[in-house]
Design a protein around this ligand. Sequence first.
Ligand code: GLA
Length: 752
Amino acid sequence: MNIALAVLLASLFTLNTANTTAVLENRDGRWRLPYYGARLANAADVTASEGGATRWHGDTRHLAYAAFGQPLVSMDVDKFGGLAVKHADGTITTELIAVGEKPVEIAEKGARHIVLKHRDKVYPFFVDQHFRAYDDCDVIETWLEIRHEEPGAAELSRMDSFALDLPRIARDYRLLTLSSWWGSEAKLSEATLARSQTITVNSRNGVRGAWDANPAFMLQLDGSAGEETGRVLGGALGWGGAWKMSFKRDWGDVVQICAGADNGAGAYRLDAGKTLRTPDFLFVWSERGRGGVSRAFHRWARNHRLPHGRALRDVLLNSWEGSYLTFKEQTLVDMMDGVKELGGEMFVVDDGWFGEGEFARDHDVNGDPAKGLEGGKCDAGLGDWQVNRRKLPRGLEYLIAEAKARGLKFGLWYEPEMANTLSRLCSAHPDWVMREPTRELKCGRGGTQCVLDLANPAVVDNLFDQLHAVWKTPGLDYIKWDANANIFNQGSPYLGRDRQANCWFDYTVGLYTLLDRLVKAHPATVIQACSSGGGRMDYGFLKYADEFWVSDDTDARERVFMQWGASHFYPASAQACHVTASPNHQTHRATPLKFRFDVAMAGRLGFELHPKDMTKDEIAFAKRCVADYKRLRPVVQQGDLYRLVSPYNDSSYAALMYVSSDREKAVVFLWGLNRGPNKDFPALVRLAGLDAARRYRITELNRLPGAAAHLRAEGKTLGGDALMNFGLEPMLANGDYDSCMLELKSIADQSE
Ligand code: GLA
């Protein structure tokens, strides 16, 4: 029987997915979550046996949601809960009691939704806790709706989406997160969570919420969790504003995880009658190590989160590194010719196409074009989303027509949330800029860039109108949505003086409101989340965008590490990976074109260069790579990921693979990094995820003309069992950046 939300007893429920069970129980008038893990047939077995060794933590431990002030044992209360409220009368504790539950009908097949209803024992303060479980990927999504009917505003100094005391499930906990900053996004970071320690991971950037750290984690249990083995709890917050996650392991090995929007700027004032919806928090349980968590998140993203998650992503050329701000009309048309010849499908105009008259976003002719923004000027135009006719006299219509004439889709760059003080928008509406009235305005890029006050609905309306006016141009298919600032000035001219601390949260609510309206008005438009590179690698923005720009650091060697890190939570289809010129503009490192392709083809392939700078041989090679990528992108973009050899831990090479869901096809990538002579041979790379009973033909792709194959198995047909148990033995040259890419195809004739 596959009744995922089954009522076992009046007070005991299970929330099941294909492989997991969460037990929810109303005990003594409180909602508890005494078990979350591998799927169980009988939830009552848990409640029948638990509660022995945990008695010192009190029976009310393992609450489904822990609030500050909740009684724990007779003489103590929870001082760490995820919700901390100063009620209208000044009381600072909250005691949540269960007041029912409500299954919610939802249209999505294979998903179930239940709301646990809580209220304060004394105050008219209500918390609806939503859980939505997805069978196909084992992900559970949760969030709160908080409201009250108290006589004045309530102050929320914590309002986490998730605040759970995990049952005492292990004796060893290791936390994996991603460390991030400009040019160095999504780098793996791991630490042991020791007894009586708390680890907090957060970002208070306010805009680039995946900087400092990424809002996602894996908690590995029992020290045994590996790529494909062991128990791992994964979590991710769907929020790109300021956020915080904390992991507290107490004296008795109970781990409390709290995750939600960060209130570091002060308590959020919530008026009576208003409902605050917290960010979504996603969690997943894997008995198959880190790989199991990653594949679950990827499937959830493709099937349930990304707007067009099941569609194949186009191969595109983005103009940024090829021309920076210096382009003219003809530069862009030449680039279109180039990407067409390479076999690409879309052309995207980056920064520099907008702003009129004195506020036109022009390249400063005194600057050095090769230095991009450092050498050029970018101090005007943001906020005025009309075409810069000096650069583009025939407007976007002309460019779109040129793209369409070549059979290309067309995309455009925006940075909607920011404005330059040198803009019509700022001149007309100085009060639309986030700022504190008594302090000097601090500005970002170009010395004039400021953040618009998206807490103000009038600003959201203006941006919607400006963007909608351009987005409805026929033939505009794709938007690169950039955001190159943080909240420099902690104040909103719109919000009252008594609720300035709401500005962090309300900014992000305003942003998502704007995106929601735009996406509804333009359902076919594909959006890329960019934020000075990977600053928006998060499931908040990825509700509206299909992909993110991994990093402004486009050096293929650096990308091996960043793409590896990002793959822990985000699918390959969402990782924009572009082949750029060598030496690389950020690191000045030279790498072979083949290596650059072999790395970029592991995500959503694109280009960021001027094709006119490529030689004939390079173009011929690139054309083959693009054609093969297009043939194999269903496997890379929609397949299951298996990480084989990590580039971290001083490894001299890295390897990963994707397998189609029917296990007919696979693509393997192997990248050499710092390989010294006669050491650390990439011997016996054991593949994963194949069908042991099938045989697969192996073909090396992206081979340079005349180059020997990287492995003896080239062209041979081998059994999935041997490939997974014995492995492949590729030969990577000594030194740096030798690489290989393999295609595996299941052969129907088993005798081959
Ligand atoms: C940011 C982005 C780049 C590019 C520039 C344009 O840095 O990450 O890709 O779009 O802005 O100004």
